[in-house]
Design a protein around this ligand. Structure first.
Ligand code: MF3
Ligand code: CO
Ligand code: CO
Length: 339
């Protein structure tokens, strides 16, 4: 029997920033009456998760619109990610971008969630609630935007670097993005749900990073979350075969330390137990006749995730064999204009 290849273990180092603490959550932002709302907008309770996984041609056309609106709102929010801005201000920017496009921000009152997007800073894995906390130089922040328009949802997120970020965090963010794309690349008619998780783990594990299991990708359409489950780890029991017309998200959460998590008292904010950082990227995907299509893309140009590293001189190595690359470790990570 072959010896199983051990993944590289990281020597635990203290997180490069102070623990994230809850701030003040501002009043709920209004959505004009003229904008059509999802079923839960007033009650906070969505209808039971539907199992229908294949969308109609009309729904697919609508999902391209919802995906575009979400992608463009995410780009707009990403432009404003700088040290000193509060996550509450970012929420307002995302809210206004969606409302101006005629969309309802899907997270608003979804199961009682109070804001128009999620902002997950540093050790926050997901579902961070925008509040009065200012982003600090060196933070990483995932912004997760979902838009409801033409009766359907589009869901996308990216993790942004705030100012000058330490090298391990840059490697984490780059790996999370690469893992999402590796998962997406497996999607085609005849491939199976478990192929996605396998591909994601193959990217994350050689870095010594862990993959979150409690939160997974999901079917999406006229409902924000349908019953279709997309784990980001290899689960051989999840052998559902993809067919053209299926729509779902791939949104791996990758942790620098172990995958253990903990929930804040607000019943939303999910953080790592070891307080090491976590990064995530998300797209909404359509299965096509011959592969897949990204639905969460802007009308022109590239999605937000493609620009997360634009201001860096060099990227950390994209390791696949766990070898240590001295050269890349010595590279300078520089942000902002050179002086
Ligand atoms: N956008 C998240 C997802 O990717 C869900 C957020 S639900 C909320 O599935 F209620 F927390 F906003
Ligand atoms: Co999602
Ligand atoms: Co999302």
């Amino acid at each position: 029997m072959a010896k199983r290849k051990r993944s590289r273990r990281r020597t635990p180092t203290p997180p490069p920033s102070e623990q994230v603490l809850p701030g003040v959550v501002s009043a709920r932002l209004p959505v004009p009456e003229s904008i059509p709302r999802p079923d839960y907008a007033d009650s906070g309770r969505p209808a039971d998760r539907a199992s229908r996984a294949v969308r109609t041609p009309d729904e697919i056309a609508a999902m391209r619109v919802a995906g575009r609106v979400a992608a463009e709102a995410l780009i707009e929010v990403g432009r404003h990610v700088v040290p000193g801005i509060t996550t509450d201000e970012l929420d307002r920017i995302g809210h206004e971008a969606m409302v101006e496009a005629g969309a309802y921000p899907s997270t608003l009152n979804y199961r009682g969630y109070p804001k128009s997007l999620c902002s997950s800073v540093n050790e926050v894995i997901c579902h961070g609630i925008p509040d009065s906390r200012q982003l600090a130089d060196g933070d990483i922040v995932n912004i997760d935007v979902t838009a409801f328009i033409e009766g359907v949802h589009g869901d996308t997120s990216a993790t942004f670097l705030v100012g000058e970020v330490d090298e391990a965090s840059v490697e984490l963010v780059a790996t999370a993005r690469e893992a999402m794309h590796a998962g997406i690349a497996t999607v085609a008619p005849g491939s199976r749900v478990y192929d996605i998780g396998r591909a994601i783990e193959a990217v994350a594990k050689p870095h010594g990073f862990s993959v979150v299991r409690e939160f997974i990708g999901h079917g999406i359409g006229d409902q924000f979350h349908t019953s279709l489950q997309i784990p980001h780890y290899f689960d051989p029991r999840n052998s559902t075969e993809f067919e053209p017309g299926m729509t779902f998200t791939i949104e791996p959460m990758i942790n620098l330390g172990n995958r253990r998590m903990q929930m804040w008292d607000d019943d939303w904010t999910v953080v790592t137990r070891d307080l090491q950082r976590s990064a995530q990227f998300e797209h909404t995907i359509l299965v096509t006749e011959d592969g897949h299509e990204l639905l969460t893309v802007p009308a022109s140009g590239e999605p937000a995730e493609a620009h997360v590293f634009d201001h860096l001189e060099t990227l950390p190595p994209s390791q696949s064999d766990g070898e240590h690359d001295e050269q890349a470790d010595a590279a300078t990570i520089r942000t902002g204009p050179s002086t």
